[in-house]
Design a protein around this ligand. Structure first.
Ligand SMILES: Cc1cc2nc3c(=O)[nH]c(=O)nc-3n(C[C@H](O)[C@H](O)[C@H](O)COP(=O)(O)O)c2cc1C
Length: 185
């Protein structure tokens, strides 16, 4: 029996800009998946597996980049979870976005619905990173959800390793809006 497209769970390509073992943004992704409660199918791509993008290798890309491009093509939406590095987003995330945008004229991001979230220990909870990243996502023609904005401050918002109820409710409402956004775009 083939699955009807309407019955299929939206497939979300997840890119996490935090690549350290103890990344708080990886933790945020765990909370996000819990809040989604099985309503979305997640494909988490390990962006640190990608070599540095160079025009010298874009026509015959390494296998990791070929795999990444295939996964962009088949996804219904993209979720980007970014840390803040020096009031911007990490270079490893930019490298992944660059891979998906090239060769020239073959930008795979175009038209994909996207969600943008992030956590940092600082008070502004990745606003600086997201503010800059939005400019790049706009240029790449991703359809990034504008509202609600999503800035989490960890560990301030963690109680015994869990989110307090108000943050958990906000996360759930964000996930619901993101699902609607992916379905609509
Ligand atoms: C190079 C570097 C720059 C950073 N710059 C900022 C910053 O501008 N704002 C901020 O809130 N935190 C900053 N931090 C702290 C990070 O938010 C913190 O290390 C966080 O845990 C990184 O996310 P991750 O755990 O998901 O990797 C910086 C950390 C590093 C390593």
């Amino acid at each position: 029996m083939t699955q009807n497209a309407a019955d299929r769970k939206p497939k979300i390509l997840a890119l996490i800009g935090g690549i350290s073992r103890g990344s708080i943004n990886k933790k945020l992704f765990v909370f996000f998946k819990e809040a989604a409660g099985g309503s979305l199918e997640f494909d988490e791509f390990d962006i640190k597996s990608l070599p540095f993008y160079s025009q010298d290798i874009e026509e015959a890309p390494p296998s990791e980049a070929v795999d990444f491009k295939e996964r962009i093509k088949v996804c219904d939406g993209v979720l980007i979870i970014t840390p803040e590095y020096n009031r911007s987003f990490p270079g490893v995330l930019k490298n992944a976005l660059d891979w998906g945008s090239r060769p020239y004229g073959q930008n795979l991001w175009s038209g994909k619905p996207a969600g943008l979230i992030g956590a940092s220990p600082g008070a502004i909870g990745t606003f600086g990173a997201q503010n800059q990243l939005r400019q790049v996502l706009n240029f790449l023609d991703l359809r990034t959800m504008n509202q609600p904005e999503f800035y989490f401050s960890f560990p301030r918002e963690l109680e015994n390793g869990r989110l307090p109820r108000s943050s958990d409710e906000f996360l759930k409402s964000y996930v619901a809006k993101f699902r609607e956004w992916v379905a609509r775009v």
